[in-house]
Design a protein around this ligand. Sequence first.
Ligand code: 5GP
Length: 295
Amino acid sequence: MQNQPPRLSDETRRAAGAKGVIARQERAAIKKEIESAKCSFFDAINDGRESIQRMRVAELLQAVPGIGARRCFLIMGKIGISPSRRIQGLGPKQLAALRKELLVIKQGVTPGALIVMSGPGGVGKSTITSVLRDHPSVWVSISATTRTPRHGERDGHDYFFITDERFDAMIGNNEFLEWAEFAGNRYGTPKEPVDDWRNLGRHVLLEIEIAGARQVRRAEPDALLVFIAPPSWEELVARLTNRGTDSPERRAARLALAQEEMAAAGEFDHTLVNTQVEAVAQSLLSLATSHQSKK
Ligand code: 5GP
């Protein structure tokens, strides 16, 4: 009959069984050495024995003190290592990223929380951001955008103002944590500084629109999504229509968009009502700190 496994002689079977037993013993021994800090994760990676090279990355990573199943899942997801990846299949970029992550763990820094703040236009997100910008435990992410600077805005402070070509190149190089189009311009969060600041223990704040928040939810499941709501719909309408210079069409478009944005509130982890800017900033900080310590 076809498609049947080849018949193994008793001797071959015994030899294969013995090899399997030895491989399991070697794996267990190296994990013990990592657990007791006799050997580092990277010493193990460089161990050329087949039994070690064929081990799953997740299994070895969880032997590192301070890395449990959840942290292992988060680190691998963040770096883009599939759960079934074996040591021998790790690429140089993945190894470099792992080195960075393990250094942080060794230093004993608890990574900061990733806070995503969204809400309808006119609700006061940028005022809240400007309060938190001065707080020592927070780093406010600087987005890249293709829109032109407004009066008083500074490149590298408010945004990185870049061309469409540069934006395309950043997408192509996978440099964004998320990006979206809004009112005819593109906006994106550069990924690397977000990781770096969190690894230094700072909470990172993203002030982005809703499509971007949804992408962060998928890319970083441990992000904290906070929706900023107005005290009432009437108050939001008053704020949006008092901008004076808008044409009736533009005003109607703003209100329609705000309505759509308000409908997304249920997708967020928390909603904070912006009755007082300082109080909202303080609540965001408390949420970030308790979220950080949960990990
Ligand atoms: P503005 O042009 O008024 O500064 O921003 C327009 C909208 O884009 C705001 O809702 C703001 O929160 C959002 N935004 C700013 N930076 C980013 C970003 O990096 N990604 C996404 N998705 N939205 C952003």
